[in-house]
Write a protein that binds this ligand. Structure first.
Ligand SMILES: *Cc1c(COP(=O)(O)O)cnc(C)c1O
Length: 382
């Protein structure tokens, strides 16, 4: 059996050695509460300040605009608290569940929402955004990079429209930070969500960048942590890990992206040799670390099972909702039919993946698709 091949880095990533080393002291001798008055607490408080500086530097923000949360889901939920009765907001059909389901709940509660669609490549149109804006539009939330396809949205154009109209612009940048250069000031981004575990920090720590001057109500009432807006004793070790991981990700970005581009090319060329395969994404507007394919005549779940038997971890575009297999909302929004949207496979890479892994993966994938098609009642080769 081949060593485990982990191609599911859009779901989560491995904590790097450097990040773990940076965190360890805060489980040991540096256990003090960062808010305490005695001098033993000072280095702990200092470590949190350093992490805020690291995050701020990575996205072009001021450290006073960085709020640590428990995850990007929390950051995304928090953003929508800025809405008041009577406000209209705009988001897309391809958002992560943490935005999608928050928006759906608000819609149920009586808020008016416009859901933007995407083209066949998975991109939102700035013209459609402009046309959707109303008198009472308060917030626009569009993800930076889609987590199923890796497709990058025209963030600068969308944010510029919002700036012109005086509307708050939020982006879920979870799959973009550490993969693309971001400068919230130059890009006119008012609010941005990110999470550590997608770039080699641990699970359970995220950030909301909240631009000074934008009012978002407090999320958690309590002490003075998070400037009183997001109270609760900081998850110090995780915060330290996130800061270190993001600094590393930005420092390594160019080299990593160059290496991933080569791996991606090999993977893409190999998969496209399989008959009746569809590449679900954009060739020009993508992050190199996510690829998505549909195979006619086979279901995503079947592919995953076969890959798993060969020690390969991937994911399907479709989410398993309460036992029933729903086709991916992202692929459906891109115009795929139900059947193709269920036959999808997401491959997501990290700096730890190699070309050798891709070669082995392609061999197994080709066998898998052939086998599944032979068994499939709906498959027709011509
Ligand atoms: C993973 C992910 C999230 C959720 O992050 P958590 O920290 O697990 O809550 C949100 N948005 C996107 C695009 C993601 O990929």
């Amino acid at each position: 059996m081949h060593d485990l091949i982990y191609f599911d880095n859009a779901a989560t990533t491995r904590v790097s050695k450097r990040v773990l080393d940076a965190m360890l002291p805060f489980f040991g001798e540096q256990y003090f509460n960062p808010s305490s008055a005695y001098s033993a607490s000072a280095p702990v408080k200092e470590a949190i300040n350093k992490a805020a500086l690291q995050v701020a530097a990575a996205i072009g923000a001021d450290p006073s605009e960085i709020y640590f949360t428990s995850c990007a889901t929390e950051s995304n939920n928090w953003v929508f608290r800025l809405l008041r009765d009577g406000d209209h907001f705009i988001t897309t059909r391809i958002e992560h569940a943490s935005v999608l389901n928050t928006a759906k709940q608000l819609e149920k509660n009586g808020f008016s929402v416009t859901w933007l669609g995407v083209d066949a490549e998975g991109r939102v149109s700035p013209d459609e955004l402009r046309a959707a804006i109303k008198e009472n539009t308060k917030l626009v939330s569009v993800m930076y990079t889609n987590n199923e396809t890796g497709v990058v949205q025209p963030i600068n154009e969308l944010a510029a429209i919002c700036k012109e109209k005086g509307i708050v612009f939020h982006t879920d940048a979870v799959q973009a930070v550490g993969n693309v250069e971001i400068n919230v000031k130059e890009q006119n981004i008012n609010l941005l969500s990110l999470t550590g575990h997608k770039f080699h920090a641990p699970k359970g720590v995220g950030v909301l960048y909240l631009q000074k001057g934008i009012f978002v109500p407090n999320l958690l009432f309590g002490g003075e942590q998070g400037r009183g807006k997001r109270a609760g004793t900081e998850n110090v070790a995780n915060v330290v890990g996130l800061g270190q991981a993001l600094e590393d990700a930005v420092a390594e970005m160019q080299e990593k992206n160059a290496a991933l581009a080569e791996i991606r090319e090999l993977l893409l060329a190999g998969v496209m040799q399989i008959p009746k395969v569809r590449f679900n994404g954009s060739h020009h507007h993508n992050m190199p670390h996510i690829l998505n394919f549909s195979f006619a005549g086979v279901e995503g779940e079947g592919i995953l099972l076969h890959l798993a038997m060969n020690n390969i971890c991937c994911s399907s575009g479709s989410a398993c909702t309460s036992g029933s297999l729903e086709p991916s909302h992202v692929l459906m929004a891109m115009g795929l039919d139900h059947v193709l949207a269920q036959g999808s496979l997401r491959v997501s890479l990290s700096k730890y993946n190699t070309k050798q892994e891709v070669v082995y993966f392609l061999e197994i994938l080709k066998q898998t698709i052939t086998k599944l098609r032979q068994m499939s009642p709906i498959w027709q080769a011509d």
